[in-house]
Structures are given as C-alpha cells and as structure tokens.
Design a protein around this ligand. Structure first.
Ligand code: GLN
Length: 361
C-alpha cells in the first residue's frame, strides 16, 4: 500500500502540512468552516467596495419618524459589512456608528425562545405565516387564525418575548442582551435615548399586546413583554457587529469568532425560513423574488442577509421605503448577492455554473 511504502517522517510531515491548512484543497474538509464555493476574500472585497461606491449617493426613502429620535439620525450615514463563516470581516463606510437594531432583534429572540422550547412548541405558540400587512398591523392580529402571525412582526415578536423564561423582567432583559452579545461576539449596549423615545410613544404596540391577550396568544404580562421588547429593539449595533450576528446563523448557529455554539444547528433552518417568508414584512415576497436570501430589516435602517454556509451581509442606511425597509441596504445587498451568486434558489449558489447545469442533461 502507498501509505506503507511512505517513510514515516514524510507521512508525519504531510499530516502536519494538511492539518495546518497549507494545502488549500483539504482545508474546507478539515476546518468544516469555509464553504468550498465561497468567494475569495479579494473577490468579496472588490464587490463590497463596488456596491458601496455605486449606492453611496442614493437618496430614496425617508427616516422612520414614528419613533421621534430616529428622525434625527443623519440620513447620509452608510456602512456595509460582510462577515464570513471562516471569521473574516470586510467593512466600508460608517462602520463605527452604533444604530438601533430594531426589528432585526426579533430573529435573535426567536432563536433564544426556540433554544428553550424547541421548534414544534414554538411553531404552535407563535407560527410562521407571512401576514402580508404592515409590521405593526392590528388587522393581521384580528384576522389571522394564529393571531401572532410570525415572530418577525410586532405582535408575534412581543408574544415571543413573553415565552422566554425568567423570574423577572430584568432577568429576561439581561438574558436577551447576553444572547445578542454572544451572537455578535462583543458586548452590546442599550441606546438609552432610543429606548426612552420609543417607550414614550409605543401605544400601538401596547394595543397589540392587549389584543393578543384577548385571543390568549401572549404568554406573560402584556405590558411587561412590550417593555422588554422595546428594550431589545433599542440595542445598539455597528454594521460589523450585525454582520457577525448574521454569520453566526450562516455558520449553523456557531459564532465563527468565539466558536461558541449559541443556537442549536437543528433550529437554524427554521429561523432562516421565517426570515425568508417575513423578514422584510410586506416587502418579503419581492425581496425573495429578487435576492433569494433570508434577511431581516429594522426601522433603524439596518438589514442583515444570511448566506447559509458562507456568511452574512449587513448594511446600514436610515432612509426607509413604505414597508419600513432601508432603501440603500436593499440595493446594496441585491447587488452583492447577484455579483457573488448568493441567491440560494440558484444552482450557481452551490457552485454549478450555467454550462455544468446544461451539460448534465
Ligand atoms: N421597535 C419598532 C416597533 O416596534 C420595531 C419595528 C421595526 O423595526 N420594523 O415599531
């Protein structure tokens, strides 16, 4: 046999070289982290820069103003970050600015509740049906058989918070903040002025919580759940932190930087499926059609898109479209996803080129 004829020292040397990842062809199999069809760092860097330059002067949309403090955020702020499952980060623009995570938080509270309850109970208590309505719709709660709709609209997200176990509201809040911080791989903080501004004006969310109580679809004190929910929405993130949070989902629930297995791998596909169906609210169908990536937006101006097995793209630009999704972020992610073949519905996303698809017939 080949191995028997090989002198022992050569064999040991070969093993060391392979283990150190010096032979690129063996690296993915050994490390189990980089997707074999992920773009190279140079390609990704070039495309991120192209997207940033192409859309930096985009002026469409308008800052959210129903949370008063968000209207004051500089509309020109713009940052783009890509984080990969093998722990590489590329970021351009306003990468140090901390904006409020808003509805993107809902994904990570869903993940936390699912860690405790498992997918079946979570699905039964919340559901995962798109509402086809605005994110804060009262009609959806009244009309839908589940009332909660899904965990990514306000009603479903408030009910999700009510499901997370804790002895007090403070304990629940610190559990949530801890979980988000672990997903980002860095300690995150509340932006107090955003929390105060929303807490002073969130009558609509309080109404949703009472309506859920009428249907027995909230599982704790309604106003307390709204308050913890308001805090989770006011967590500050930079685009880099948000991209890392996305990469944790792309990497089967394991943070590529800290290597902590934060989310059970079996839960990840459920979470990504909810994001695809409802992550951009009533803009989700159009988004799935054009981009084909599970994503989540927030009215603070952020969007994170997850590329399973490869990484995540996070973009921040405050002006929003009618559905409440950042205009710049949608354009940038669509551009990057097309250039790098990220659409998960395309055979090209797993490395099949058009010619290979045709010739296999
Ligand atoms: N905190 C916001 C709200 O409850 C979140 C909405 C969003 O980002 N779409 O209205």
């Amino acid at each position: 046999m080949f191995r028997k004829r090989m002198p022992a020292l050569t064999f040991v040397l070969a093993a060391v070289v392979l283990a150190a990842g010096l032979v690129p062809a063996y690296r993915p199999a050994l490390a189990q982290q980089a997707s074999p069809v992920a773009p190279t760092r140079a390609q990704a860097q070039m495309v991120v820069r192209e997207a940033y330059d192409k859309f930096r002067n985009e002026t469409g949309g308008k800052n959210a103003d129903y949370i008063p403090v968000l209207a004051q955020v500089d509309s020109k702020l713009f940052g783009v970050a890509v984080a990969t499952t093998d722990a590489q980060l590329m970021a351009v623009g306003d990468t140090d600015y901390s904006f409020s995570i808003q509805s993107i938080s809902k994904v990570y509270s869903q993940a936390l509740a699912m860690e405790e309850l498992g997918p079946d109970v979570f699905f039964q208590k919340i559901g995962s049906e798109p509402t086809g309505r605005a994110f804060n719709s009262v009609f959806a709660v009244a009309d839908m058989p589940t009332h909660t709709g899904n965990p990514l609209v306000n009603a479903g997200a408030i009910a999700t918070v009510s499901l997370i176990s804790a002895k007090s509201a403070d304990e629940k809040w610190s559990k949530i903040l801890d979980f988000y911080s672990k997903a980002a791989g860095e300690r995150l903080k509340l932006i107090d002025e955003v929390y105060k501004s929303e807490a002073a004006t969130n009558t609509g969310n309080k109404a949703l919580s009472m309506l859920l109580a009428k249907y027995d679809r909230i599982y704790g004190d309604p106003f307390e759940s709204v308050d913890v929910y308001t805090k989770q929405c006011s967590v500050g993130v930079t685009v880099a932190q948000l991209a890392r949070m996305g990469a944790t989902l792309a990497n089967n629930g394991k943070n590529p930087w800290t290597t902590e297995q934060l989310i059970k791998p079996d839960n990840v596909p459920y979470i990504l499926s909810t994001m695809m169906m409802a992550g951009l609210y009533d803009g989700s169908g159009g988004w799935s059609w054009k981009v084909g990536l599970p994503a989540k937006s927030g009215v603070g101006g952020g969007i994170v898109a997850v590329v399973p097995g490869k990484g995540a793209i996070a973009v921040f630009g405050p002006p929003l479209d009618e559905a409440g999704n950042s205009v710049k972020a949608q354009k940038v992610i669509e551009y990057i996803a097309r250039r790098l073949d990220f659409n998960i519905y395309s055979p090209r996303s797993v490395g099949l080129k058009a010619s290979a698809v045709a010739s296999s017939k």
